[in-house]
Design a protein around this ligand. Structure first.
Ligand SMILES: NC(=O)c1ccc[n+]([C@@H]2O[C@H](COP(=O)([O-])OP(=O)(O)OC[C@H]3O[C@@H](n4cnc5c(N)ncnc54)[C@H](O)[C@@H]3O)[C@@H](O)[C@H]2O)c1
Length: 258
């Protein structure tokens, strides 16, 4: 019996968590579509080393025209039927209090993390529905479950992403499309250093202080490894989670328990 090769789209797969998610799917034998505004050479090398077929398709998720062309290219690659969409692309925003926040900063973060995710999803729903269904996994955050001073734009975008996840889960259930989210705590990737630095500067304290506080915020006393996020994404995209839709799984070392 031959099993069909799954086609998986991962947005924001040039670096960080998205790169690990793509590598995890590659090891399971999937065909990867790597979507990013940046070159994805490093991820392509990783994915191809695992023996998987991979395509880089440039996509700026904040630009409706770019997302439309992206959708057309994905349709060609997957032959009209897509299996998995991982909405991972996102930006941090600058660390600043609401009282100091320029409108443009707020709008940039919402346009990427929330509106961009909606645009990509809207474009790819027909491909996910084409062959009886598929899976969508949205990468939210532990701050989709709580507040965090200096990060209102980012926090609001991630809370809203869970609202989008639950609504899509209801809208798409009859198409056989399951929609779930992952809420990671701070993950050990290059970007987290920049995020902590930006907090340290805004709050006027050493960056080591920020790291210590964030590590202590988790009962496990540590940050999350990107592979630990990728493993939960793979689970949500597999038949092992066939009874789950509209859910958000915390990968936070116990920091968030609801
Ligand atoms: N790193 C963490 O601690 C952490 C914790 C919780 C959630 N997250 C979430 O995980 C996801 C990945 O984060 P990361 O830490 O790996 O970040 P990262 O900056 O390393 O990777 C994000 C990727 O998204 C891409 N991207 C940004 N804007 C884009 C756009 N308009 N169109 C297409 N691609 C775009 C970037 O080029 C980059 O490759 C994000 O959604 C982030 O909010 C990260």
């Amino acid at each position: 019996m031959t099993t069909k090769t799954r086609t998986v789209v991962v947005t924001g797969s040039a670096a960080g968590i998205g790169q690990h998610i793509a590598a995890d799917f590659a090891r399971s034998g999937a065909r990867l579509v790597l979507a990013d505004v940046q070159p994805v050479d490093e991820t392509l090398t990783l994915v191809q080393a695992a023996g998987a077929e991979a395509h880089h398709v440039h996509c700026d998720i904040t630009d409706e025209g770019s997302v439309r062309s992206f959708g057309e290219r994905v349709a060609e690659i997957c032959g009209g039927s897509l299996d998995v969409l991982v909405n991972n692309a996102g930006i941090n925003g600058e660390a600043q209090l609401v009282q100091d926040m320029p409108l443009a900063s707020w709008q940039r973060t919402i346009a990427t993390n929330l509106t961009g995710t909606m645009l990509v999803t809207r474009e790819l729903i027909p491909l996910l529905a084409a062959d009886g269904g598929g899976q969508i996994v949205n990468i939210a955050s532990n701050v989709a479950r709580r507040g965090l001073p200096y990060r209102a734009d980012y926090v609001a975008s991630k809370w809203a992403l869970l609202g989008l996840t639950q609504t899509l889960a209801l809208e798409l259930v009859e198409d056989g499309i399951r929609v779930n989210a992952v809420c990671p705590g701070p993950v050990e990737v290059d970007r987290i250093e920049k995020v902590m630095q930006s907090h340290a500067e805004a709050e006027g304290r050493p960056v080591e202080d920020v790291r210590r506080e964030w590590e202590a915020g988790s009962p496990m006393g540590r940050f999350i490894e990107p592979g630990e996020v990728a493993a939960v994404v793979s689970f949500l995209a597999s038949d092992e989670s066939s009874a789950m839709t509209g859910q958000a799984l915390n990968v936070t070392g116990g920091q968030i328990m609801t």
